[in-house]
Design a protein around this ligand. Structure first.
Ligand SMILES: *Cc1c(COP(=O)(O)O)cnc(C)c1O
Length: 404
């Protein structure tokens, strides 16, 4: 159904097969070398950009350690993520608190740990920041309506209208905070590069009006995430995103402010392969053309982003190449919502049977921790990380040395 080589080169595939073959399924193997390549590629395409990795996309300790070494900063959403990142010896000035939804106590917790950069999009939250994190830098997230061209939209819930952003930044100054910049997120896996144009124009208006009318000189644009990973639906290359976005910035700004990116999906997505096993194959009646294929992974165990069939992962088996037929792909739990693809017509080999492996490519982002803890008793999916030297568990312990 798909050409594997478009997603994972032969050599890398063979290596993955060799490394992962003895591990029970379901599991995810994340290739740290791919993350390193993606990071370097991003820095090369946006030489002026500052990267704050969106930790939620893959919070494994090996990922955090690698990105620390590569010089990345970190965008954090909760005190638990913060503890994990600080425990790796990352200094607080490389961390921002990027969740607009937070308790006052959490604000104080971050402040006490040395974090001085906070996002906001509401008055109450801003007041909490002024009270509990005095003098900190704040940036305001503006609302972007983008639901149709992003495969995993992050609109509606986050951000405020630019007029309100204006008021919040004025209020920040009045309350002794440092009004620092504007952020937005155009939606994850955003296929329409033009969405950045609109967001940058709104940002420019805020930069100008705040300087002219309030003598507030903002310094940063935080463009959030949105860059793509390689799923079934084709996307432009990162270099196309870079050339367009750079052009929008030059069109709107004489002097480009500090630019921050918060990539999640695009940094870690391509690095992961989820291996599952067929539990059962059945037909619902004697003449039905499509088979139900039940796997040991599912919507509650690693594949949450198939909700609404939003993210369409490339799927492979060891029997690809022969005759294929339509399937409905579902998970192992006793919940009828646990169906990955029914309307999207996936085709798998006719001779597929229980016990066979099914591989899900591009599963390095929003999979490993995006799982239920014990629904129907199933444990969360196990994730392993590897590079040339070793296989590591999620806490960074060596599971197996690969050095020969
Ligand atoms: C999730 C998130 C990101 C990452 O977005 P991707 O589309 O995965 O790159 C960036 N910034 C914020 C604030 C987020 O919540």
């Amino acid at each position: 159904m798909i050409d594997r080589d478009d997603f994972v080169p032969d050599e890398e595939w063979e290596r993955f097969r060799e490394i992962s073959k003895d591990f029970p399924t379901p599991n995810i193997f994340v290739n740290l070398d791919v993350i390193e390549e993606e990071y370097k590629h991003l820095m090369k395409t946006f030489p002026y950009g500052n990267v704050y990795f969106a930790v939620k996309a893959n919070p494994g300790i090996p990922v955090i350690r690698l990105l620390k070494e590569l010089g990345s900063n970190f965008d954090i959403a909760s005190r638990y993520e913060l503890d994990d990142v600080l425990a790796q010896g990352i200094s607080p000035d490389r961390i921002s608190y990027g969740n607009t939804i937070k308790k006052a106590d959490d604000v104080e917790y971050f402040y006490k740990k040395g974090i001085r950069m906070f996002v906001t999009d509401s008055k109450d939250d801003l007041k909490n920041i002024a009270d509990r994190a005095p003098g900190s830098k704040v940036f305001v997230r503006i609302l972007i309506e983008n639901s149709s061209t992003a495969d995993w939209p992050l609109s509606r819930k986050f951000g405020c209208h630019p007029d309100m952003a204006y008021n919040l930044l004025v209020m920040a100054k009045e309350r002794g905070l440092e009004p620092y910049g504007i952020s937005f997120h155009v939606g994850s896996q955003q296929r329409d590069i033009g969405q950045w144009d609109d967001a940058i124009s709104k940002t420019k208006y805020l930069f100008e009006s705040l300087e002219e009318e309030e003598d507030i000189k903002l310094q940063m644009i935080n463009m959030g995430g949105g860059f793509p990973a390689r799923y079934i639906q084709p996307c432009n290359d990162l270099s196309d995103y870079a050339s367009e976005i750079t052009r929008y910035l030059h069109d709107d700004f004489d002097e480009i402010p500090r630019i921050v990116f918060e990539p999640g999906r695009s940094l870690v997505g391509n690095a992961g392969i989820l291996t599952s096993e067929v539990v059962l194959i059945s037909r619902k009646n004697n003449t039905s053309l499509s088979r139900w294929v039940y796997l040991d992974c599912g919507l509650f165990n690693g594949l949450t982003e198939t909700l609404g069939e939003a993210i369409k992962y490339p799927v492979l088996t060891d029997k690809d190449g022969g005759k294929c037929g339509e399937v409905i792909l579902a998970g192992p739990t006793c919940d009828s919502a646990d169906i990955m693809y029914e309307n999207t017509k996936y085709k798998l080999p006719i001779d597929l049977k229980s016990g066979d492996k099914v591989y899900w490519l591009t599963t390095g982002a929003y999979t490993s921790t995006y799982a239920s803890v014990k629904f129907n008793g199933f444990p969360p999916i196990k994730t392993y990380y590897y590079n040339k030297k070793a296989i590591y568990d999620v806490d960074g312990n060596v599971v197996k040395s690969l050095a020969s």
